[in-house]
Write a protein that binds this ligand. Structure first.
Ligand code: FBP
Length: 670
């Protein structure tokens, strides 16, 4: 049917199983050495799950063997964005279930949680599962973003599960979906239905440590494959860019909040500049802090980076590279970078609160009542005019309105866009790269006028010749060299008048005769020498989410599926599957059950504080970040000489694999 050899090879491949799964039936052993700081709200809202312990999958003995093999009916659902490896979670669960008892049934809910609410389900068969082994996407049963967050939805879901006679439900999802899994486990406990979560998300922001920093789940599945896919494309752009040397490539990479994917791409490609949101948030304007200190005040605005400052960081890279003749390069921008910019964050929170208050007061939906951007803006203006005050004080004041009116229209529309079902701001729908690019262009214009953005010298041979003519690169400004007739090269300065100076210098250096005319080619090159920023923008996200999994993700997810069955057979609920020691060799991998409830904390969502699984963001003292920081100058390559790009190449399924796990994972475990 036209499938490629790669696809056929993938389907036929069975990933290796952790040792404990090779030894027959399994049981669970509580691991009391792991402790968590428990949130009071989690204790109140999830009372049946809060005492759950970490559980290790071990070989079963005695009566445990019988319990493991008793017949079971299990449901599985994908929730949220796709991530490479999801099909292998199903394959692992299915294989383990059928091996434990051929009578076991596994159902797949179609289109995410909607499938549970509406009873849209199919029984999984060998044929169906085999078709998707080791292949990307969530195509087998599709996915969705609906959240089971009302009593009615919960009642309908319990109804579906009972009708199917489910013993257990496996939810494959990100932080919000695992949060939802915990609430479902709590609600379904009395019905005797177990709920198990599986840590999925290309964002890589489910990383679990206990309160003493012992790692239980170092990364969510899908991260490695998506990062490799992005890195391959961005690596190719580095090659293209340094070939025709005319474009700056602005690459936005997915990752709703945390910059893990951008960090991994940076390590994989050595792009010239990678913004890391968590790093920008830590920025302190020392000059302003000092100024305030001498005045005996505190300047809160000196902490954290502004949008304008961020654009200057990018401009600095462009200007510095141009100065050595490299008016091209590659910038990696994490999708969620704006989350770390104070002024944007303030807008997002204020707007979330306003929308949520509006919905509560009117018992309606803000986005349905105000469909166009103009209508939404008019509502905000009415708040300023005091027609509708929010709470004791107006949350949207004249200053907010003034600042907001400065923002480009498309960005305003982005900030006022509907939040997702979990109350998250939808960063992937905002053209973050465009927001930054507009500001960069503005500032570069200013720098160009001041003569600080100029294309410089790139060849030391010519630099030396220039020196012989009594001109240093520094004093002379932007020059371009080409092998044209006169004196083997021509030099051009930004202003036409400089041609005279140039000629004088060349004559003095006996590289040109006084009576020689200034060739027309000089004029042509002069035109070229005025720098002109040419930018191509790219978004890497949905493509990487749909890529086929790396060997690492194939093996990881297959074993997650096997572990999910062991947790079910061992009687767990409200646990998330995890594998410890992922950073070590496969022989050391240790399948676990991790309690979800103790990992939760309160977070602002849609203007309200909600109990959710805590996301992990890039730690600035991690080895991976420290390495990227230390290499920044080198990878920026704002000096004469070659760029330092690294070619990560395509995701390969066969042959020796150069690097078999995320670099961030390996570095952070050193
Ligand atoms: P999950 O957290 O569900 O895995 O999704 C992650 C993600 O891919 C983000 O990186 C991105 O911001 C978002 O989904 C895009 O969502 P949508 O698919 O709704 O456009």
């Amino acid at each position: 049917d036209g499938d490629s050899l790669d696809v056929m090879e993938r389907r036929a491949y069975t990933p290796p199983m952790c040792e404990v799964f090779r030894n027959g039936p399994t049981a669970l052993e509580p691991q009391n050495q792991y402790r968590f700081d428990i949130n009071v709200a989690a204790r109140e809202q999830l009372p049946h799950l809060i005492e759950n312990r970490v559980e290790k999958v071990v070989t079963a003995s005695g009566q445990q063997v019988e319990g493991y093999s008793r017949p079971r009916t299990i449901g599985i659902v994908f929730s949220g964005g796709p991530a490479p490896g999801g099909h292998n979670v199903i394959a692992g669960l299915y294989d383990a279930a059928k091996k434990a008892n051929p009578e076991n049934k596994v159902y797949g809910f179609i289109l995410g949680q909607d499938g549970i609410i509406e009873g849209n389900v199919c029984e999984l068969t060998d044929e169906r599962v085999n078709q998707y082994r080791n292949l990307g996407g969530f195509c087998m049963i599709k996915t969705g973003r609906t959240k089971i967050d009302t009593r009615t939805k919960m009642r309908l879901s319990i109804g579906t599960c009972k009708k199917l006679g489910l013993d257990a439900l496996v939810v494959v999802g990100g932080d919000d979906s695992n949060t939802n899994a915990a609430f479902m486990a709590e609600a379904m406990k009395d019905e005797g239905i177990q709920v198990i979560g599986v840590p999925k998300t290309i964002d890589g922001d489910i990383q679990v440590k206990d309160s003493e920093g012992k790692s239980l789940c170092a990364i969510s599945f899908g991260f490695h494959s998506a990062a490799r896919s992005f890195a391959r494309n961005i690596g190719d752009l580095c090659t293209d860019g340094s070939s025709d040397v005319k474009y700056w490539h602005f690459c936005k990479v997915m990752g709703r909040v945390a910059s893990h994917l951008a960090l991994e791409v940076s390590l994989q490609t050595h792009a010239n500049l990678t913004l890391i949101g968590e790093d920008l948030a830590e920025y302190v304007d020392q000059e302003r802090v000092e100024k305030a200190r001498t005045e005996g005040t505190v300047d809160y605005t000196a902490y954290g980076m502004t949008l304008r400052h961020l654009s200057r960081v990018v401009c600095d890279a462009i200007v510095r590279r141009a100065a050595v003749g490299k008016n091209y390069g590659v910038v990696v921008i994490p999708e969620g970078v704006l989350e770390f910019i104070n002024e944007v964050q303030v807008f997002i929170i204020k707007l979330n609160t306003i929308i949520s208050e509006y919905n509560d007061v009117h018992d309606t939906d803000f986005h349905s009542d105000f469909r166009s951007l103009d209508d939404k803006l008019e509502y905000l203006r009415r708040l300023v005019r005091g027609i509708r005050k929010m709470g004791p004080e107006t949350i949207w004041n004249a200053r907010d309105d003034e600042l907001f009116s400065d923002i480009p229209e498309f960005f305003k529309a982005g900030l006022l866009m509907e939040r997702d079902s979990h109350g998250n701001f939808q960063f992937s729908q905002v053209e973050t790269d465009r927001v930054i690019l507009e500001l960069v262009k503005d500032y570069l214009g200013i720098l160009k006028e001041k003569g600080r953005y100029k294309v410089g010298i790139e060849d030391t041979y010519f630099t030396n010749t220039l020196a012989r003519a009594g001109l240093s690169a520094e004093s002379y400004g932007p020059v371009i060299f080409r092998n044209y007739g006169v004196g083997r090269f021509l030099l051009v300065k930004e202003e036409l008048i400089s041609l005279k100076t140039l000629k004088q210098a060349l004559v003095k250096a006996e590289l040109m005769e006084e009576e020689d005319p200034v060739p027309a080619a000089i004029i042509k090159i002069y035109e070229k020498s005025v720098p002109n920023l040419k930018v191509q923008t790219h978004f890497y996200g949905y493509d990487g989410r749909g890529s086929d999994p790396t060997k690492f993700d194939c093996t990881y997810t297959y074993n997650l599926g096997l572990t999910a069955f062991s947790l079910i057979a061992g009687g767990s609920t409200g646990q998330m599957v995890g594998i410890r020691n992922l950073e070590k060799s496969f022989e050391s991998w240790e399948p676990l059950g991790i309690p979800i409830a103790p990992l939760m904390h309160l977070e602002e969502r849609g203007g309200k504080m909600k109990l959710v699984l805590e996301k992990s963001v890039v730690e600035l003292d991690s080895n991976a970040f420290r390495l990227v920081k230390a290499m920044r100058e080198k990878w920026m390559a704002a000096a004469p000489g070659p760029d330092r790009y690294r070619k990560p190449g395509a995701i390969r399924f066969r042959g020796d694999l150069e690097e078999d796990k995320p670099m961030t994972l390996s570095l952070n475990s050193l």
